[in-house]
Ligand binder design. Sequence first.
Ligand SMILES: *Cc1c(COP(=O)(O)O)cnc(C)c1O
Length: 243
Amino acid sequence: MTDPTTEPAPSPAAALPVGEADVAAGLAEVRAGIAQAAGDSGRDPATVHLVAVSKTVPAAGILPALEAGQRLFGENYVQEARAKWPELRARFPDAELHLVGPLQSNKAREAVELFDVIHALDRLSLAAALAKEIARTGRTPRLLIQVNTGAEPQKGGVLPEQAEALLAECRDTHGLAINGLMCVPPVADPPSAHFALLARLAERHNLPILSMGMSADYPAAIQLGATHVRVGTAIFGARARPA
Ligand SMILES: *Cc1c(COP(=O)(O)O)cnc(C)c1O
């Protein structure tokens, strides 16, 4: 008989502060899911980059992912990233920061200073603001155009039929190099048609980066050619506040 007053010996996982083991486990699971999806479609898993979306996750919750070797992170808000990342980056200088959320033109200066990749360029006024800051600072974040593949009125992104014109104007009017495309399919739709549309657009315009796929659908995105999947919940758990 076991003595009910004796505490069980702590397992190594239980000895970690709550959450740390979970983040490392979530990350390992997503890495395995990426390898599986890449293998299933005959792709080299090294061609699929995981952007760990850490919006609303405090710095202490991001640390275990950094310690487990994760280096690409996505944030949605310029202010939040500015509060969390300078210190984390001082410890992990090779961390790469992606802005995956919408960007207001009046935050272009901070965004260019902070981020290595900006995923949601979707209008000419923002292109103008970014071009100005890129020229001023000499920093050249990679730029992706967000495409509103579901033509949802509340969602950011250029309409698919206007993507070509925006691409041309970014290049010709503002001298901006565009590196790829990004989309967030409508929640109610099966995502594959949206991923396929984005992949066709990227191919037609010779754009190497395809940012698509989140926690619920990254395997389908990889099957359709995603080079960057943006995964938050499956790594860090459910967000406490909506983002
Ligand atoms: C929050 C967010 C993600 C991550 O979503 P999860 O469902 O938590 O994986 C990816 N992309 C964008 C643009 C987001 O806003």
